[in-house]
Design a protein around this ligand. Structure first.
Ligand code: ZN
Length: 428
């Protein structure tokens, strides 16, 4: 059984990764979940890709597994908190849930196991998300996308033969999700500089130290899986998704809550995040092109509370975002506080630009790398028209307390001006 190293202090005890690793599933359970009865949870696709084989391996090893729970392949299972609650009721203390799948299945089982208070085992089927090794599950709660608290998997197994044969678009989605860490890092640097959220060196290094290396070759499955796994660890270390997620993830959440589809199909998390990443990079390039003096001149006056109330009401009128008003107004500054914050930003304008310049890829390079990885870069490629794209951009600022590039531009009075240049993204 070939394992890969795990940073110290993680909730995850073992990570098995090699060609043919599915055969090790029984040994993992014997060693890490002694005496427990396995319960496989999969969907039609992941059952065919790995679940059936895992069931066979367990049977041969003498386990009497509980009847597997297999969600249909079509329509795909949704990441609903209510589904996790139902799964949790089916888990007993003597069981080890075995999540066979990538994004949704893993999140559902992770949360269900957390609710039931048992450790679980994750069998990865695609390098498509960073959630294999992270604590917390991204689920919809009454329509609002939230990260629900729960421990990371106690054991993870990735068979590289299975990962390799996953649909290529899933790998492209994983690459785009990894690319988003460029934006997350840039925002964290700015938050740190402005005294909003200091950088945690350990969490930072897990994502950013090798990020450029991982991104330079999108066909390298090892880099991709390493990058996604390491990102998950950083979220365990920091106990929050700040190291891995910025405005591009908030855009993705807004579009998901609006039920975005493209040609009748749901758009993957990674693809929404990828388009959001391109937008974020373009916004940062806009900042790089402005001197402090130009930025000050361009800034519109700070919004009054009444103006902001009207804007927020208009943005949320679709009423499909849960109730983010409290979050939106907790972060809103007006009057003297708004002026002070703006002054802080402009005083640090050159330092901010310096940090961004060092951290990001150029807009052209970003598009080139994502396109090479077969990830979409234009809004219309994921079914977004101009109206929905821009609406998402302004709404994304309202749904989380996290300080993002959108907050920075808004507080500087530059968000409207900056948004205009994103029209370029729609061009062929
Ligand atoms: Zn993500």
């Amino acid at each position: 059984m070939k394992t890969i190293s795990i940073p110290e202090g993680m909730q995850t005890a073992v990570f098995v990764m090699e060609s043919g690793a599915l055969k090790d599933a029984a040994q993992v359970i014997k060693e890490y979940f002694p005496g427990k009865t396995p319960w496989i949870v999969a969907d039609g696709n992941t059952w065919a890709a790995a679940g059936e084989k895992v069931a066979e391996v367990l049977k041969e090893a003498g386990f009497t597994a509980k009847e597997p729970k297999i969600f249909p392949a079509v329509p795909q299972p949704h990441p609903y908190e209510s589904t996790s609650q139902e799964l949790a009721k089916m888990i007993t203390e003597d069981m080890v849930p075995v999540a066979v799948g990538s994004g949704v299945i893993n999140d559902l089982v992770k949360r269900a196991s957390g609710i039931a208070g048992v450790r679980y085992f994750c069998v990865a089927t695609a390098a498509s998300v960073d959630g294999y090794t992270s604590a917390g599950a991204a689920l919809s709660v009454d329509g609002l996308k939230k990260t629900m608290p729960c421990p990371a998997p106690y054991a993870v197994l990735a068979d590289t033969d299975v990962l390799k044969s996953a649909p290529p678009l899933m790998m492209a989605a994983g690459y785009a999700d990894l690319f988003a860490k460029v934006v997350a890092g840039a925002e964290w640097l700015v938050s740190d500089l402005l005294g909003i959220l200091p950088i945690d060196k350990k969490a930072w290094d897990l994502v950013q130290k090798n990020l450029r290396m991982w991104l330079k070759d999108s066909s390298n499955l090892g880099y991709l899986f390493d990058g996604l796994a390491s990102t998950g660890y950083s979220m365990q270390v920091f106990n929050d998704s700040r190291p891995a997620s910025g405005m591009e993830h908030l855009l993705s959440h807004v579009w998901e809550m609006e039920g975005l589809t493209c040609n009748g199909e749901e758009v993957s998390h990674g693809f929404k995040v990828g388009v959001g990443t391109v937008a974020a990079i373009r916004l940062m390039e806009f900042m790089l092109g402005l001197s402090e003096e130009q930025a000050r001149k361009l800034a519109r006056p700070c919004e009054t509370l009444e103006e902001r109330q009207a804007t927020v009401k208009e943005l949320l009128k679709k009423n499909c975002y849960g109730n983010p008003e409290k979050i939106a107004f907790d972060k809103f500054k007006h009057g003297e506080a708004a002026e002070e914050r703006r002054e802080l930003i402009f005083r640090n304008w050159d330092r901010i630009r310096h940090l961004l310049k060092k951290q990001i890829f150029s807009y052209e390079e970003t598009k080139r790398l994502l396109t090479e990885a077969h990830a979409p870069v234009r809004p219309q490629e994921i079914g977004l028209n101009r109206e929905q794209f821009y609406h998402g951009l302004f709404t994304a600022q309202l749904i989380r307390a996290r300080y993002t590039l959108l907050d920075l531009l808004y507080e500087a009075g530059l968000l409207d001006e900056a948004a205009k240049i994103l029209d370029i993204m729609f061009e062929e």
